[in-house]
Design a protein around this ligand. Structure first.
Ligand SMILES: [Zn+2]
Length: 169
């Protein structure tokens, strides 16, 4: 076990109700993910710096929240955060692509999309050819999800950069 992994285990255990690792780990859910800017990175609970793919884990027994990097969550806690980040990145770069099942479910759970929008996304997930109305709807939904997965700071940076390339003030 690496020093970082040891730190992570200790810090998770300290904040858990259970005192044994396996049952302590089972208390934690992946509550929220967020991309932040490399200009304003965060610190993982294991002590690693910098991290930009942030996972907020919530302990469902005591309500404690911790911030852990995507790599540690996936590798040391065994929570499949990587697929969620990969899915989110895909629609951030190209909102005309289908959101993955995991991203759709996540967005619904967060209350970012309605039941109707979830059903719509799922119904066209494997369709190659969308009508222009369907494509427009997909892009609108994906942009909304992408904007919410990115931190407020990252959105501000992106908007500044977009404005710059367009020659806006
Ligand atoms: Zn870490």
């Amino acid at each position: 076990m690496t020093a970082n992994q040891e730190t992570l285990r200790r810090e998770i255990l300290r904040r858990s109700v259970s005192e044994t690792w396996d049952s302590a780990l089972a208390e934690w859910d992946l509550h929220r993910i967020e991309f932040t800017s490399l200009r304003e990175p965060e610190v993982c609970l294991c002590g690693h710096f910098p991290i930009v793919e942030l996972c907020y884990l919530l302990n469902r027994h005591n309500g404690v929240e911790v911030l852990v990097g995507n790599v540690c969550v996936q590798r040391f806690l065994g929570i499949p955060s990587e697929t969620l980040f990969r899915g989110a990145k895909r629609i951030m770069f190209d909102p005309s692509k289908a959101a993955s099942q995991g991203v759709i479910e996540y967005a619904r759970r967060q209350g970012w999309i309605t039941d109707w929008e979830r059903d719509f996304c799922e119904s066209v997930i494997r369709k190659r050819k969308l009508s222009s109305a369907q494509l427009g709807k997909r892009i609108e939904i994906n942009r909304r999800i992408a904007e919410r997965v990115a931190s407020a700071r990252l959105n501000a940076v992106t908007k500044m950069e977009v404005a710059k390339t367009r020659g806006l003030p």
